[in-house]
Each structure stands twice: as structure tokens, then as C-alpha cells.
Design a protein around this ligand. Sequence first.
Ligand code: MRU
Length: 357
Amino acid sequence: MKVRGQDMRVVWWSDDGIHYIDQRALPMRVEIGVARDVEEVARAIEVMAVRGAPLIGVFAAYGFALAARRGAALDAAYARLSGTRPTALNLWSGLDAVRAAAPNPCVMLAAARAYDDAGIAAAEAIGTHGLTLFRHGTRVLTHCNAGWLAVQDWGTALAPVYKAARAGLEPFVYVSETRPRLQGARLTAWELREEGVAHVVIADSAAAHLIQRGQVDLVLTGADRVAANGDAANKIGTYSRALAASAHGVPFYVAAPLSTIDRAITTGAEIPIEERPEDEVLTVEGVDDSGALVRVRVTPAGTKALNPAFDVTPHRLITGIVTEVGIVPASDRGIAEAFRRAADATRPGGRGGATRG
Ligand code: MRU
């Protein structure tokens, strides 16, 4: 990905610590943060300076390698990092990839880099497979941010959009704002502007209306965790889009790498749903006329709020899951098929898994 014309990753290792684009400052400013120890890595995830399922996996992987470099106790570091957010499976897949290389700090760092690079390759492959869903001028509705701010270099749901744009298909994106943290309005809209992809931001409550009026050809979202039966947890509000899409015969696809699929759980009911601070609902943040970032309360003083950060879309509402090994049905068999293709691809003489299911 390019930010202001410069090749960049959202998270990168350097000898003084792990650098990251602080997503809390976007779209107003591009600010670079540095996490110099495990506690700073954990805090950056908790406050969502670094966010998005695959990205927190990569950041935690580097964070664990940093713990080894600093001579920290590895069990304590693993516990601290894995306790930062409960829903996205990638947090554990990133940590486990690096733990498998312990205890040598150099080998652990190499494992973190390999995990990072594999995630980029998977995201690009998701883009290639997802491109088959696009025709000229396809109007896609997405929710939250599943672009290159959430997954190094490509994104998941936005990877096919970027591929379509580069192929000259001129996709159009409806960006739902995604209250309460506004990942759509703040992050996805910024990314799409940087990439020159046509889009409009819509209020969350406008999505079903547009789907009903036939203005949306395709709904495409990311996922934080997919169960073995294809149920998918993603940002709160995803389920209501899937319901609307199903009611009006609009295809609803989830784009996710295999590192997001939790085969240890059978259904989405077992996915832990993060509850975030009520302040995120009671207030809104934006810039004032002087460009200063301000947070204002939008509810009466003393009002309470409930803030579940994710919901689960049942597999029956999902047309297919776009993975790095192809598009598979959202079902036990579809998920098993995806892992079979991945295993095939790693066998000598394997087919590389590049088929569409
Ligand atoms: O709370 P966030 O911003 O970390 O949630 C992110 C999402 O829900 C994304 O849609 C999901 O991680 C998929 S990103 C490829």
C-alpha cells in the first residue's frame, strides 16, 4: 500500500521497537507510534491505535518477539498480549506462530516476519479470488474497516475492491460509518480516497434502505473469527446487513484468511464477544473548525450505554467465504475444503490451492 505516494506497512519492526500508524489519529493526521516494550504493545491494541483482526495478530507477533529481545518473561508476555482483545482469532495465531520458535529471540523475530509476510500473501490471494465477484461498476457495500489498515498491504474485504479498481472495473463502495468507533467513516473512507476508489459514506441506518432499493450488488465484509460451521463474527452491525441482503437476494460474502477460522469451535455461539467501554457510545469524536480533535457527548448526562463490539452472522446468511485458497461455502464442508486445499498446496507437487469452490 502507498500512503501519500510512499510505500508503507501499517506495522513494522525496527531495532528501537515496533512502529505503527496510530489509527486513532486518522483521517486527520498520519501519526506514527512506537511500542518499545510488551506493555506498550498491549496498550496500543487495547486502545485500538492498532486494530483489525489480522493486524493485531501481526502486531502481537512482533510484540512477543520484542519480549524475547528485551529478555522479558515469555509466559507473562504471552498472557498480557493474548488478554488484550477477546474476539479476533488472529491475536492467538500470531502469538502461537512466534511461540513455536521460542526461546531464541532472533528465531522468534524471523517467525514474526514470516507470519507478517504470509498474511500479506494471503490478503493478496483473497483479492484475486474475490475479484471474480466483480463486474464493471459493481456497487459493493462494506462495513467497518477491512482494508489495508486492518491487514497489511491489501486488506480482506477491500482487497478484491483494490484488485477490481486496478483492473479498470471502476467499483463503487458504500462505506457504512460503523458507530461507535467509526472505522468506516474514518478509516475505510480515508483508504479509499488514498486509493482513488469511488465511494460514499452512509449512516449505518441507511444500509438496509439502499439494499432494498436495489442500489447494492454485493455486500462484502471481513471477519474477526469464523467458526467451523461458517458462522462469522465481525464488527457490530454486520449481522443486520446480512439479514437485509438475504431478504432482498443480494449476495453477502465474508473475506477472511484461514488464520481467522477457528476450527476448534463448532458454531458462532462460542465466539467471545468483546464489550467495550460505554463512553464510546455516549460520545463522538471528530475535528473542529481549527483542525483540533475533539470528543463531544451526544446523550443526556448520566445516561448508560451498552457497547458490544462484534456480532455473529449465521452461516445460512453468508453466500460464501473468500479465502486465500478460493471462495468456499460457509459450511462445515466448505471450511474443511478450504483447509484441505491449503494442505494440498503445501505438499510437493500440490496444486497451489488456486481454485474457486
Ligand atoms: O474493533 P476493530 O476495529 O478491531 O474491528 C475490526 C473488524 O471488525 C474488521 O471488520 C475485522 O477485523 C476484519 S478486518 C480484516
